[in-house]
Design a protein around this ligand. Structure first.
Ligand code: NI
Length: 330
C-alpha cells in the first residue's frame, strides 16, 4: 500500500514539474518583432530575460496569446490595499517588483520603491492625472494598433468630434502602419507603450532601453512623429524604468481611471461602473483597443454612452499632452 502511495506522489510531482516547464515557454517569434537593427544586440543579452520566447509561433498563435493576455489577472492584479482609492491594476503591479536583493548577473537591481514615492520623486515626469480644478479629462487607448478595434474607436471619436491618445505597441505598429497613420491624420496623439508589453520593472536596463527605442523608431518610421509620451505596460515602473524614460525625454503617463475593459470585455455594467465612479477633473481614462478580429462590445455599445454621460456632466475630452501641458512629440 505504502509503496503504491509513494509511486502516485512521485508521478504527481513529475506531472507538476512538466506543467511548470511547459507554461514557462512563450510562443512568440521574437526576431520578427524587433526592428532588424536591434536584433543582433538583443540576442546578446537574450538569456537575461525571463520572458524568453521560443521562435516557432505563427501569427495566429500570437493573436491568441495577445488576446488571452487580458484573461490573466493574476499577473496584473495584486491585492489592493484597503487604503487604495483607485483600482489601477497596473499601478499595483509596481509594489510587487523584485526586492533589491535579486540582482542579476549583469548588475541589474530593480528597486522596490513604493509608487507613491516615485510620483513625488519624478514629479513633472510621471503623471497619473492632470489638474483636478479643470473640467478636462483624457481618453486613452492602449495596446494598439489593432486590426478591428482601433478603427472602431477612430470611427467613434470622429462621430463625436473627440481627440484621444493612443499608447501603441511597437510590434503592432509595424503590422498595422495604416492604422497608425489614420490615428495621426485624424488629429489624435500617438505615444509609446513598449515594443512587446513586458513588465519593464523586471527588465535589465539595456532591455528597457531597447523596448523604448524600438517603439520610438517604429512610430517615427510610419508617422515621422518623435513620440514624447510613454506608458509602461501594467503601469509597472520602478526607478530604473523612470530614469531611462526621463533620460530619453519622455513624460510617463499612467491613469486615474481603469475602465477594466480588459477584464470584463462583455460585462458592460461593470465597465460603466468602474469608469464613472472614479472620473473627476483631470482624469486620465484607460481603455484598450484589443487585438483580434472581433469588434469590441465596450467600444460599440458602451463607449458612446459614456462619452455622452461625461459630456453632459460638463467634462471636455482632450489629449494627454493638452491635459498635462506637456509636449506630445520631441
Ligand atoms: Ni497594455
Amino acid at each position: 500500500m505504502k509503496r503504491k502511495y509513494r509511486l502516485v506522489i512521485i508521478g504527481f510531482l513529475f506531472l507538476l514539474l512538466f506543467q511548470v516547464q511547459a507554461s514557462g515557454k512563450e510562443q512568440i517569434d521574437w526576431n520578427s518583432r524587433w526592428p532588424l537593427s536591434l536584433i543582433s544586440n538583443y540576442e546578446a543579452d537574450n538569456s537575461d530575460s525571463n520572458d524568453n520566447p521560443t521562435g516557432d509561433a505563427n501569427k495566429g498563435e500570437q493573436q491568441t496569446k495577445e488576446t488571452t493576455e487580458y484573461e490573466k489577472p493574476q499577473l496584473v492584479i495584486p491585492v489592493v490595499p484597503a487604503t487604495a482609492t483607485v483600482t489601477a491594476h497596473h499601478e499595483e503591479a509596481t509594489s510587487a517588483s523584485p526586492s533589491p536583493g535579486t540582482s542579476t548577473a549583469s548588475g541589474a537591481s530593480p528597486s522596490k520603491t513604493p509608487i507613491a514615492e516615485l510620483y513625488k520623486e519624478f514629479n513633472g515626469t510621471l503623471f497619473r492625472s492632470g489638474p483636478s480644478d479643470s473640467n478636462k479629462i483624457a481618453l486613452t487607448f492602449d495596446d494598439g494598433p489593432s486590426e478591428v478595434t482601433s478603427d472602431q474607436v477612430l470611427d467613434l471619436l470622429k462621430t463625436n468630434g473627440i481627440k484621444a491618445t493612443f499608447f501603441l505597441l511597437g510590434q503592432n505598429v509595424s503590422k498595422y502602419p495604416q492604422v497608425v497613420q489614420r490615428i495621426v491624420d485624424e488629429g489624435h496623439v500617438v505615444a509609446g507603450h513598449s515594443w512587446s508589453h513586458p513588465r519593464m520593472d523586471k527588465l535589465l536596463p539595456e532591455r528597457i532601453d531597447k523596448e523604448i527605442a524600438a517603439t520610438e523608431q517604429a512610430i517615427f518610421q510610419v508617422t515621422g512623429c518623435n513620440i514624447a509620451l510613454f506608458r509602461p505596460p501594467y503601469g509597472a515602473v520602478n526607478r530604473e524604468t523612470l530614469d531611462s524614460l526621463k533620460q530619453s525625454g519622455y513624460t510617463v503617463i499612467t491613469w486615474s481611471v481603469d475602465s477594466l475593459d480588459w477584464k470584463y470585455p462583455h460585462e458592460l455594467n461593470q465597465v460603466r461602473y468602474s469608469t464613472l465612479k472614479d472620473v473627476k477633473g483631470g482624469a486620465i481614462l484607460l481603455f484598450h483597443t484589443m487585438a483580434g478580429k472581433k469588434p469590441s462590445k465596450v467600444i460599440d455599445k458602451l463607449l458612446p454612452e459614456l462619452i455622452q454621460t461625461l459630456q453632459s456632466q460638463g467634462y471636455e475630452f482632450v489629449t494627454v499632452d493638452e491635459l498635462l501641458s506637456v509636449p506630445a512629440y520631441k
